[in-house]
Write a protein of this length. Structure first.
Length: 166
């Protein structure tokens, strides 16, 4: 750390990332929480908390990575709070896919059923369009772990889709 540099993140920097990346954050959070409104709520709550705790940002990595962690944590917290209710609602609401072709809702349900690390890697890669290195930073793992998680997720989804009744 530079001498004379204060720890923490500036309010302006947090606000700029919020304005520039809100839709990406909300898309990923919505995929985790299970609803667009829940995703937006998670992002807003995560950023509000980040603003309150901005002095805790150590600057060890990029500010955006710190904010991604805050959003993921809040989305996971909201998902845990609502998990039982959401599973029941999802099971009741899933329509049958058209013959030979799974619908987006069914595929989304399959993605949400993946183990947490695989699910987060899929969301960050395909919903947020982050690179393996960026995903590794956000999840606190190595890029090779990201690659292995995505490979396992792809294999699991492929198998489940092949087994789905036509």
């Amino acid at each position: 750390m530079d001498v004379g540099r204060k720890p923490g993140a500036s309010l302006e920097a947090i606000e700029q990332i919020y304005r520039d990346r809100f839709e990406r954050f909300a898309t990923v959070a919505a995929a985790i929480v299970g609803s667009p409104a829940g995703g937006r709520d998670a992002v807003q709550e995560a950023f509000a908390r980040a603003v309150r705790r901005r002095r805790q940002f150590r600057g060890d990595g990029p500010l955006e990575g710190w904010l991604w962690q805050a959003v993921l944590n809040e989305a996971r917290t909201q998902r845990r709070r609502r998990a039982a209710r959401e599973r029941a609602e999802l099971a009741a609401a899933l329509p049958a896919p058209p013959a030979g072709e799974p619908d987006d809702t069914a595929v989304g349900a399959l993605v949400r059923s993946l183990p947490e690390r695989q699910r987060l890697a899929v969301f960050l890669r395909y919903y947020a369009d982050l690179s393996y290195d960026q995903i590794a930073e956000v999840l606190g793992v190595r890029p090779g772990t990201v690659a292995a998680s995505l490979s396992a997720a792809h294999a699991s989804l492929r198998l489940r889709l092949e087994e789905a009744p036509a």
